[in-house]
Design a protein around this ligand. Sequence first.
Ligand SMILES: Nc1ncnc2c1ncn2[C@@H]1O[C@H](COP(=O)(O)OP(=O)(O)OP(=O)(O)O)[C@@H](O)[C@H]1O
Ligand SMILES: [Mg+2]
Length: 238
Amino acid sequence: MNPLLKVHEVSAGYGLGSVLDAMSLHVESGEVVAVVGANGAGKTTLLRTIAGLLTPTHGQIYFAGNTISGVPAHNIVGRGLALVAEGGRLFPFMSVRENLELGAFVVTSRVEKRRVIDEMMTLFPILASRSSQMAGSLSGGERQMCAIARALMSSPRLLMLDEPSAGLSPLMLDKVLDMLRAVVKSRNVSVLLVEQHVEDALEMANRAYVIERGCIVKTGTGSELLNDPDVQRAYLGL
Ligand SMILES: Nc1ncnc2c1ncn2[C@@H]1O[C@H](COP(=O)(O)OP(=O)(O)OP(=O)(O)O)[C@@H](O)[C@H]1O
Ligand SMILES: [Mg+2]
């Protein structure tokens, strides 16, 4: 069986400089995979490249058995791969409901669109009580939940999240991660998670990759990496 996502020797960057250097990784169906690494290691660049926002200069990306390198970003969403960008990137002057509606641009039937919105409001009750509030006035945690719900509107098979913890208190981060766990269970969605909260990410992940300067330097199960002395020293402050 092919993995759900396969990144094969991908290099990518901005202008002349290369950020990702022949990077290979995969996500199996049903897995939660974390990518951890220091600031500037290339985590966001990796997710943007998979999502089709950057074109690889070398290598191939396969999703559900088909190549997606060079496919426009909106078509990639239609194939079942959704990205929650750093900070959520909601439309601040639109309501929670309108933001969710935009997430469903691949759903053409109005009845179906309404059904998925209702489903999201049930999954994230906090959004139901704030459905007409401007997204810009949500709290950090509410904003993350709205961004995750918006990404789920396209019924993705793989949800990619870039630092869902950004700007959240530890308590709020726990809430968002709990919500994410529930989503993974109930909706049969796989996750590729980029996180600076390395301990939380490794606890949640089935497997993880450690990246440094655009290269994968270590991989293993979440618990293997949690117990790895190098990882502990570099990322867990132990
Ligand atoms: N739009 C851009 N143009 C030029 N260089 C960029 C651009 N975006 C990122 N970079 C550079 O690419 C490198 C990797 O950045 P990236 O955002 O992928 O790191 P990151 O691992 O997500 O870091 P962080 O943890 O701080 O979010 C950095 O050196 C950064 O300065
Ligand atoms: Mg980043």
